[in-house]
Write a protein that binds this ligand. Sequence first.
Ligand SMILES: Cc1ncc(COP(=O)(O)O)c(C=O)c1O
Length: 440
Amino acid sequence: MPEPTITGDSAAAIADSVRDLIARGELRPGDVLPSVRALAAVRGVNRNTVAAGYAALAAAGIVETRRRGGTVVRALVPVAGEGASALGDAVNLADGNPDPALLPALPDLRGYSTVLYGSPGIDERLGRWAERHLLPDAGPDGALVLTHGAVDAVERVLSAHLTRGDAVAVEDPCFLSSIGTLRLNGYRPVPVPIDEHGMTTDGLRAALRAGVRAVVCTPRAHNPTGASLTARRAEELRALLAAHPEVLVIEDDHFSALARTPYRRVTPVGTARWALVRSVSKFLGPDMRLALTVCDRDTADRLRARPAAAAWVSHVLQHLVAGVLTHSATPARLDHAARTYADRRRLLTDALAAHDLSWSEAADGLNVWIPLAGVPEAVVVNALADHGWAVRPGSLFTLAHGPAIRVTTSTLLPEHADAFAARLATTLASITSESPCSPA
Ligand SMILES: Cc1ncc(COP(=O)(O)O)c(C=O)c1O
């Protein structure tokens, strides 16, 4: 096929020409553009003109510049999400879902009346519930906004304030969809190591020094490690962030109603732009695409500044969520679910301990994170799959962290715990003994 011809004598015209070639399919993802020098010679223009055209394309996320590989047409970034498919007969310890049997029953739709264009955005009962149960956690100046879940909230809050190429601090390891959101939108993830007390102070300090414009933090029941902030750690992080009031702080408190650990705020009082996001996915089910977000007023205005139909969270959904949240039986149901998840998690960690295996010591949420100390995780995941156990490879959740696996315990049966731990111990022992580096 002949080389596609890039035309134009100005930076804007060269950039437009590349866009046209991509739109016509004459340039495809992965294709390398001519070097700046070569195109400048062909077009008879200054190299700076071509470089400016390419820079505009890179800033728009249309091409990317690779150090040795030149300027390349960007491909769609594949991003993983929660859930797991094609498990066959394997025991599902992979999907990150809540146990459907532990979700409160939904009320019927009696009392719902048709909502038309121009009606208020937030269901009255839901708004009142948020005033009592959510707004106090965020201080007196917060405004309530609804989104289609936490992932939607995080993406929209980031895009309200950031542009492509901006650096964003995230825990490492990190929730899959947060990594996906950063990659898809062209933000630069800056990994902040996490220990059993949450994001580390040194890690956040380094990220702030590196010039991050936003921090996304999971205050408790971190996915995948289960870490929750202690009062002391939260205070340390708050003190660091207080010196950077221009940095946007997003707290993704996804496990809220089920958490065994209290919410500890990391957003300092002086931070100008912030959001506390509470999804209902974990305690009412991920199909209830709704998160209650309380944020500063500027951010709230930006989130609302969309065509009303785009910001609209269905009132049918709001009615159902408000019905569950205000039902007298709900606190007991949620308490039962929280205790059951904690028990199932402990079943697995006790079994791991009995087989001399170690895991991330943090203890809340639906998952157990097992670092693999240098053992290749794909080998472990495949070996477990061969014996009927589906888990997720840690690399899906990590930016710089070493090999690990994530085990979802939300539906773990008592008889699974020891069988799984025994299989993992055998697998690791056999891989280690086969390794050329292992002692004879
Ligand atoms: C850290 C974190 N945030 C948010 C969510 C839920 O996101 P959404 O409300 O979009 O379903 C999850 C679900 O696994 C999670 O682990």
